[in-house]
Design a protein around this ligand. Structure first.
Ligand code: SF4
Length: 335
C-alpha cells in the first residue's frame, strides 16, 4: 500500500492527529483511520494511503463532469482513487467510492502525477479532472498533479461534494480552475441520514470557491420523494442565485442504484418543474441531465442558441471572445 505524509493536519497529544482536510475534522488515534478510510495515523503522523494509486483514469468530454461553461467541446483527463468522505446510499460510483483501507480494499494502478500529466497531454486534453470519487480525500495526489498540470498548460477541475475546509481550498486554489459541486439537498437531515455528513460546509464551499475566483457549477441529483418538493428545490435554487445567478445549475436525474433500489427514476415532469423553479429564482443557466434538448446553452440576454449539445459534446461557435455573437453580452464561464 502506497503511503505518503498528508497535508492539512496537526499533531495532538498522545500521538493522536487532527485532520482538517474536510469538515469531518477527524481526530485520529494511532493506527486508526479517518472517516474516509484512506488516511491513517502512523506513529503520530497522518498518512494518505491512496497517493499515486488511480482506480479510474479515462479521457472524458468535459460535458460529462458536468461542466458546461468551461472549455466546451474539450476533453478532460479524468482520474480517481478509492475512497470517499461521504457514504451516500444513492452513490452511482459506490463500487469504487466505498472501498477503504479499513477493510483492506484499496485498489488501483500506480500512476504518478508526472505520467498522468504526460498522458493527458498525449491525449490532447485541455484539463485534468479529479472526479468519480471525492477528490478531497486524495488531495495530496490531486495537488501535486494539479501543480505539474498547470506548468504544462493544462487546467484543473474538481468534481466534488464540497465538504472540504477553507484551508483545503486556499491550498489548491492557485491550481484549481473550476469545480462542479454537488448540492444534494437543502436539508441537514438529508445529509445526515443519507451521506453521514452535514449541509452547511457544502454551502460555505460553494460561496468560498466563487469568492476565490474558481469557476463553479452546481449539480443536484433529484431523488423522487426525497428532495423533490417545490419548497426544497426553491431553497436550493435560491441559495445558488444568492451566491451568483451566473452559476449553472445541473439538475440530474436519479436512477436506482446502490442502497436506493426501491426508488424509481425521476419523472421528466419533476425535472422540468425543477428547471422552472431555477429560472424563477433568477438562475440564468439551468440544465437537465439525461433529458434530450434541455442541455443546450442559450444567451441569458437575447435567448440566442449559443451551444447545441449532443452526446456530451458541443462547440461554443456562437460565443466569440467570451461574448454572445448576437447581442454582445458577456457569457459567464471559461471559453
Ligand atoms: S479527509 Fe478523511 S481523515 Fe481527513 S477529516 Fe475528512 S474524513 Fe477525516
Amino acid at each position: 500500500m502506497m503511503q505518503k505524509e498528508a497535508l492539512l493536519y496537526e499533531a495532538l497529544e498522545n500521538n493522536r492527529v487532527h485532520c482538517y482536510l474536510c469538515a469531518h475534522q477527524c481526530k485520529i488515534a494511532p493506527l486508526k483511520y479517518g472517516v474516509c478510510g484512506v488516511r491513517q495515523n502512523v506513529d503520530g503522523k497522518l498518512h494518505t494511503l491512496v497517493y499515486g494509486k488511480a482506480i479510474a483514469a479515462n479521457v472524458d468530454p468535459i460535458e460529462k463532469k458536468p461542466l458546461y461553461h468551461f472549455l466546451p467541446g474539450s476533453n478532460s483527463y479524468s482520474v480517481a482513487t478509492a475512497g470517499c468522505n461521504f457514504q451516500c446510499g444513492f452513490c452511482q460510483n459506490w463500487n469504487i467510492s466505498q472501498l477503504s483501507a479499513k477493510s483492506n480494499t484499496i485498489l488501483g494502478q500506480e500512476l504518478s502525477p508526472e505520467k498522468m500529466v504526460a498522458d493527458a497531454k498525449k491525449a490532447e486534453c485541455a484539463s485534468i479532472s479529479y472526479t468519480y470519487t471525492e477528490p478531497t480525500i486524495f488531495f495530496e495526489y490531486a495537488f501535486d498533479t494539479a501543480k505539474l498540470a498547470k506548468q504544462a498548460g493544462l487546467y484543473n477541475t474538481f468534481v466534488t461534494n464540497g465538504f472540504m475546509t477553507k484551508q483545503a481550498l486556499d491550498t489548491i486554489k492557485p491550481y484549481l480552475d473550476a469545480a462542479n459541486v454537488d448540492l444534494k439537498s437543502f436539508r441537514d437531515e438529508y445529509y445526515k441520514k443519507y451521506c453521514k455528513a452535514k449541509l452547511s460546509p457544502v454551502l460555505e464551499s460553494i460561496a468560498y470557491m466563487r469568492k476565490l475566483g474558481i469557476w463553479v457549477e452546481v449539480t443536484t441529483l433529484v431523488v423522487p420523494s426525497e428532495n423533490d418538493s417545490d419548497v426544497e428545490l426553491n431553497d436550493i435554487a435560491g441559495f445558488i442565485a444568492q451566491v451568483d445567478v451566473n452559476i449553472p445549475w445541473h439538475i440530474s436525474r436519479f436512477h436506482s442504484d446502490y442502497k436506493f433500489t426501491d426508488h424509481g427514476a425521476t419523472p421528466v415532469e419533476t425535472m422540468r418543474r425543477a428547471r422552472d423553479i431555477g429560472v424563477e429564482c433568477g438562475l440564468r443557466y439551468v440544465y437537465l441531465g439525461n433529458v434530450p434538448s434541455d442541455s443546450d446553452t442559450y444567451c441569458h440576454k437575447c435567448g440566442d442558441q449559443l451551444i447545441k449539445r449532443a452526446h456530451f459534446s458541443g462547440e461554443a461557435t456562437r460565443i466569440k471572445d467570451g461574448v454572445c455573437a448576437s447581442c454582445g453580452v458577456t457569457i459567464p464561464g471559461v471559453w
